[in-house]
Design a binder for this molecule. Structure first.
Ligand SMILES: [Zn+2]
Ligand SMILES: [Zn+2]
Length: 355
């Protein structure tokens, strides 16, 4: 029986030929260039996706700057919270079909057989590849992804909402799981940006009472709209004293990159509390006291993105109307000004490009 050839859906522009438009990092710290890049053939297990929406995460900015100890290799295309329609299947793909809407998260590939992968911790796989970092990401009209590691977006979820949920959503959903939030816990969310505005909602869904901390009044207003019971402007008052007056936080979620906010998050905890590190500042160092950690029985834990299963749960909650995504749509040509706006804190929550 002859192998069936990939079906091309003309309404979705079909399989691109020649080149397509993407935002490319050629050198760390230099502006991205929006240019034509070649269409490459699909390898075993890969699919081609026509990108509908791609969120701008702080990680993309760190990637473009080469900020972290493990760096991507330019030239590369950032973007690890993108969503689009499958237009072409590579050899051996059975997991998705042409026409499916899928999300392409940070975990672009994992081995599937190591201890981490088989125990529900695929996000710790040592063989992993990351979208927009070690493999080209979603800042383009098309992206190539591994079919096993894309996650189907349910009907009724707007792709422009689905994009931020693919990193900011699943990352904070997982952080609240790792924090172990239970009903009536006081959860301190440090930083109300793309991640924080979703962390507030997942903490509330888990039954927590939320205190949100930020430096900008309009972000605190957004936090209150999304369910934060208390808000603290850290530019005006000491968040540690304010949270301790509330009895101390059972969990603190560190989402802001300022070194001082990690220390404030630690000191805002009540005895027995848990500090969850999520944000990855370029500085990469924070000072925590051993004495208070031991005497107060504090847990400090790192949390990195989430699994495919958790992303499905995130989409399920959104499809059920239980979360709201605050985002602003821009064109890919605005990538450099958008990065500058995110760095300056001028963006309410998330920028989503529509390539
Ligand atoms: Zn991200
Ligand atoms: Zn693995």
């Amino acid at each position: 029986m002859p192998l069936s050839l990939p079906v091309v859906e003309p309404a979705l522009n079909g399989t691109p030929t020649g080149t397509y438009r993407a935002a490319v990092v050629h050198a760390f710290g230099e502006p991205l260039t929006v240019e034509q890049v070649p269409v490459l053939g699909l390898e075993l297990g890969q699919v081609r996706v026509h990108v509908e929406a791609a969120g701008l995460c702080h990680t993309d900015i760190h990637a473009a700057h080469g900020d972290w100890p493990v760096k991507p290799s330019p030239p590369f295309v950032p973007g690890h919270e993108s969503v689009g329609i499958v237009v072409e299947l590579g050899p051996g793909v059975t997991e998705v079909a042409v026409g499916d809407r899928v999300a392409m998260p940070w975990l672009g590939y994992a081995c599937g057989v190591c201890d981490h992968c088989v125990s529900g911790w695929e996000t710790l796989c040592l063989e992993q590849e990351n979208m927009g970092y070690s493999i080209d990401g979603g800042f383009g009209e098309y992206a190539t992804a591994y079919a096993r590691y894309v996650v189907k977006v349910p009907a009724g979820v707007d792709p422009v909402d689905a994009a931020p949920l693919t990193c900011a959503g699943v990352t904070t959903y997982k952080a609240i799981k790792v924090a172990g939030t239970r009903s009536s816990d006081l959860v301190a969310v440090f930083g109300v940006g793309g991640l924080g505005h979703l962390a507030i909602q997942y903490a509330a869904i888990a039954g927590g009472r939320v205190v949100a901390i930020d430096l900008h009044e309009e972000k605190l207003e957004l936090a209150r709209e999304l369910g934060a019971e208390f808000t603290i402007n850290a530019a005006e008052e000491d968040p540690v004293a304010a949270i301790q007056r509330l009895g101390g936080a059972d969990q603190a979620i560190a989402l802001a990159v300022a070194p001082s906010s990690f220390e404030q998050a630690f000191r805002s905890l009540r005895r027995g509390g848990t500090l969850v590190f999520v944000a990855l500042p370029a500085d990469n160092e924070v000072t925590l006291p051993i004495f208070e950690t031991v005497l107060n029985g504090i847990t400090v834990v790192g949390s990195i993105v989430g699994t495919r299963k958790e992303l499905r749960e995130v989409f399920e909650l959104h499809a059920a109307g239980r979360t709201h995504v605050t985002r602003e749509v821009r064109s890919l040509e605005q990538v450099n000004e958008s990065i500058a706006d995110v760095e300056a804190g001028r963006v309410a929550a998330r920028i989503v490009f529509q390539p």
